[in-house]
Design a binder for this molecule. Structure first.
Ligand SMILES: Nc1ncnc2c1ncn2[C@@H]1O[C@H](COP(=O)(O)OP(=O)(O)OP(=O)(O)O)[C@@H](O)[C@H]1O
Ligand SMILES: Nc1nc2c(c(=O)[nH]1)N[C@H]1C(S)=C(S)[C@@H](COP(=O)(O)O)O[C@H]1N2
Length: 180
C-alpha cells in the first residue's frame, strides 16, 4: 500500500486559462486539502480551457503518469455550451460512481437552488477517483466539507493510501469491521 496521497487538481476555465482572471478555485482546493488532511499528500495542478480533449488529457496524465489516486476538477459542469467537463471525465473513465453526483447536488442545494445546474460526476480510472466540482470558488469548501467523508474509504478500497483528516474539518467515515 502506498503511503502518500497524490492529488491532481484540474481547473477548467476559459477565462482563467487565458489570464482574464486569476484562478481562485484551484488554489481553494489546495487550501482545503491543507486544512483538512493530516496524513501526507502532494498536489499537482493543471489549468486548461473548457475543451474536451484538453480536459481528458490532463486527467489521463495525472492518473496514469503522476499516479494521482484522487483528481479533483473545478469548472465546466454547467449547461453553458462550452461546459464539457463531465463528458470529458466520463470519456476517460472506466466506471461512473453515480453516488458522487447525487451527493454533491444534495449538499449544494442547501446553498443555492442552482445546484441542479451542475452536471458534475464522480468516476474511476484504474485506481484513481475523479470528482468534478463546480467552478464557483465558494462551492469548493461547501462541497468538500461534507463529500470528503466518503473519499478516504473509497481510496482505501482501491488499495490507495490511508487518508487521515482533521475531525474539526471533516470526519472520514470507515465502516466498522466485524469482530472475529
Ligand atoms: N477558476 C476560477 N477562479 C475564479 N473564479 C472562477 C473560476 N471559475 C469560475 N469562476 C467564477 O465563477 C463563475 C461561474 O463559473 P463558470 O465555470 O460558469 O465560468 P464560465 O462563465 O464558464 O467562465 P470560464 O470558463 O471562462 O471561467 C465565473 O463567472 C467566475 O466568476
Ligand atoms: N455548492 C455549490 N454548488 C454549486 C454552485 C455554488 O455556488 N455552490 N453554483 C451552481 C451553479 S450557479 C452552476 S451554473 C453550476 C455549474 O457550475 P460550473 O459550470 O462552474 O461548473 O454549479 C452549481 N453548483
Amino acid at each position: 500500500m502506498e503511503a502518500i496521497l497524490r492529488v491532481g487538481v484540474v481547473t477548467v476555465s476559459d477565462r482563467a486559462s487565458r489570464g482574464d482572471y486569476d484562478d481562485i478555485s484551484g488554489p481553494a482546493i489546495e487550501a482545503w486539502l491543507t486544512r483538512a488532511l493530516t496524513s501526507p499528500f502532494e498536489v499537482a495542478t493543471r489549468l486548461v480551457p473548457d475543451e474536451f480533449e484538453r480536459i481528458g488529457e490532463a486527467i489521463v496524465e495525472l492518473c496514469d503518469e503522476r499516479g494521482c489516486q484522487l483528481v479533483l476538477t473545478t469548472g465546466g459542469t454547467g449547461p453553458a455550451v462550452r461546459d464539457v467537463t463531465p463528458e470529458a471525465t466520463l470519456a476517460v473513465a472506466d466506471r461512473e460512481m453515480p453516488g458522487f453526483g447525487e451527493r454533491m447536488r444534495q449538499i449544494s442545494l442547501k446553498y443555492v437552488p442552482t445546484a441542479i445546474l451542475s452536471r458534475q460526476v464522480g468516476a474511476l480510472r484504474g485506481r484513481s477517483l475523479i470528482v468534478n466540482l463546480p467552478g464557483s470558488p465558494r462551492s469548493i469548501a461547501e462541497i468538500l466539507d461534507e463529500l470528503f467523508e466518503a473519499i478516504p474509504y473509497c481510496i482505501e478500497l482501491m488499495d490507495g493510501p490511508i487518508v487521515e483528516t482533521d475531525p474539526e474539518v471533516v470526519v472520514a467515515f470507515r465502516p466498522k469491521k466485524k469482530k472475529g
